[in-house]
Design a protein around this ligand. Structure first.
Ligand SMILES: Nc1ncnc2c1ncn2[C@@H]1O[C@H](COP(=O)(O)OP(=O)(O)OP(=O)(O)O)[C@@H](O)[C@H]1O
Ligand SMILES: [Mg+2]
Length: 74
């Protein structure tokens, strides 16, 4: 889901990504650069966090994951 935002005359956007996958047992580990259980680069989450202004993850093992980010124009 992509939302346009406006706050105090500043424009921004919000992206919320939700899945009903396996969930993330250890979020601290999952956001560390290079950590991967899939054989991927392990850079996805840390880079999304770095390029956004607000970054939130909610996850429950066996149920799924929600990642919500906001980015403000500067
Ligand atoms: N939506 C998700 N559901 C369950 N586990 C996830 C999810 N997103 C990330 N993870 C876990 O966190 C780890 C790190 O995620 P991250 O996106 O940083 O790297 P990656 O997906 O392994 O590789 P890539 O760099 O290609 O994104 C993943 O390997 C996986 O174990
Ligand atoms: Mg990834």
């Amino acid at each position: 889901m992509l939302n346009g935002l406006r706050s105090n005359g500043t424009r921004g956007m919000e992206i919320v990504a939700r899945d009903y996958g396996p969930g993330i047992a250890d979020i601290t580990e999952a956001v560390m650069e290079g950590f991967s259980t899939s054989g991927g680069s392990g850079l996805g989450l840390p880079r999304v966090r770095r390029v956004t202004d607000e970054f939130e993850i909610a996850s429950e093992v066996g149920r799924g994951t929600i990642v919500a980010v906001k980015k403000w124009a500067r």
